[in-house]
Write a new protein. Sequence first.
Length: 116
Amino acid sequence: VQLQASGGGLVQGGGSLRLSCVASGTIFSLNGMGWYRQAPGKQRELVARFSTAGSINYADSVKGRFTISRDNAKNTVYLQMNSLKPDDTAVYYCHYSAPRTPNSYWGQGTQVTVSS
């Protein structure tokens, strides 16, 4: 499984960005796909994901501002980020946890920088 993330960039506070993650390889379902982020000096944290059972989880800090969605036909998961804040600045990583297996995969990361 390979994950290709894109869509990061520099945006002013209050702006929007949309991240995309295309999965290739043996993917039976996009359940288990999600986004994490890591800011300088901080631990990697969950942003949003489809659980392996298909429910959606969001970090409290992004609820109401970020939306995760998917296109099964394109094996693609999106993260729409609105009302961005400087605290959202981080490298965003796509992640896949294969349902009913111990296997998980990371994409290469895409930088999101929000200026004040």
